[in-house]
Design a protein around this ligand. Structure first.
Ligand code: 0WD
Length: 254
């Protein structure tokens, strides 16, 4: 019997087998957890469906978090298939590539709003639906980055969105604690994923972290998967509102 046997959760933000969300899904599956997946757009559907099938998951639904009706439809499907839910992993972020280079001072109003909508508000929007399906409590986890806490080159408006997301985690933890729902974030070190490829000079950031992190290496999606498993399982049942770094220790020195 695994740590996650009997638990059911939603994984949002798998784009391919290099996605951080997939690292968490693999760790949860290895402990007997059952999962549903959302994907954004048809191109990603072709990638996510086989991954889900490889761990025996058959609920794979489209969800664009900029659209309330799309989020509602996702949770309606889960309600119909499962009735209740134990955890949600939110691993979604977006900003215009043109503004993930150059200066933050040049951020446009339109991309600011879109970045904050997809990368921050969506977590609250998901929490609002998920809580109504968690009669026995639950766990909500999101992904963030050190660029929220310090100025990191090129992270710009995404750093501002992640700061808002980290603050949202604290407010959501306070809102939902009385229902036994925990809300936490994992601040991952840089990992080469589809989303990361949009960030200017990402290779240099990877190299810098490897050279300076206490563990003298970069982290993997399996490293983040271990922390994700901790947060969605009962191992972390006394933990909420937390920001947990999985970055080979970079944040203590960098
Ligand atoms: O170094 C990194 N890769 C780090 C990532 C370090 C620290 C944190 N993170 C965060 C990201 O900011 C994000 O919140 O981890 C989370 C997962 O990102 P990832 O695993 O690096 O990226 P990826 O595999 O690309 O998955 C993110 C997915 C999108 O993929 P693309 O590349 O197509 O943007 O987020 C999804 C989409 O599948 N996404 C959306 N989903 C629903 N509705 C939307 C949307 N509107 N926009 C993006």
């Amino acid at each position: 019997k695994g740590l996650m046997t009997g638990k059911r959760g939603l994984i949002m933000g798998v784009a391919n087998d290099r996605s951080i969300a997939w690292g968490i899904a693999k760790a949860v599956a290895a402990q007997g957890g059952e999962m549903a997946f959302t994907y954004q757009g048809e191109a990603l559907e072709r990638r996510v469906k086989p991954l889900a099938a490889s761990i025996g998951a058959d609920i794979v639904v489209p969800c664009d978090v900029t659209d309330d009706a799309s989020i509602d439809a996702t949770f309606a499907t889960l309600k119909q298939r499962w009735g209740s839910l134990d955890f949600v992993v939110h691993a979604i972020a977006f900003s215009d590539k043109d503004e993930l280079k150059g200066k933050y001072v040049d951020t446009t109003r339109g991309n600011f709003a879109r970045t904050l909508d997809i990368s921050c508000f969506s977590f609250a929007a998901v929490a609002k639906r998920a809580k109504d399906m968690m009669p026995n409590g639950g766990s909500l986890v999101t992904l963030t980055y050190l660029g929220a806490e310090r100025v990191m080159p090129h992270y710009n408006v995404m750093g501002v969105a992640k700061a808002a997301l980290e603050c949202s985690v604290r407010y959501l933890a306070a809102d939902l604690g009385d229902q036994g729902i925990r809300v936490n974030s994992i601040s991952a070190g840089p990992i080469k994923t589809l989303a990361a490829s949009g960030i200017g000079d990402f290779r240099q950031i990877l190299r810098w972290n490897e050279l300076n992190a206490p563990l003298a290496r970069n982290v993997t999606i399996e490293d983040v998967g271990g922390a994700g498993l901790y947060f969605v399982s009962d191992l972390s049942k006394g933990v909420t509102g937390e920001l947990h770094h999985v970055d080979a220790g970079y944040n203590v020195v960098g």
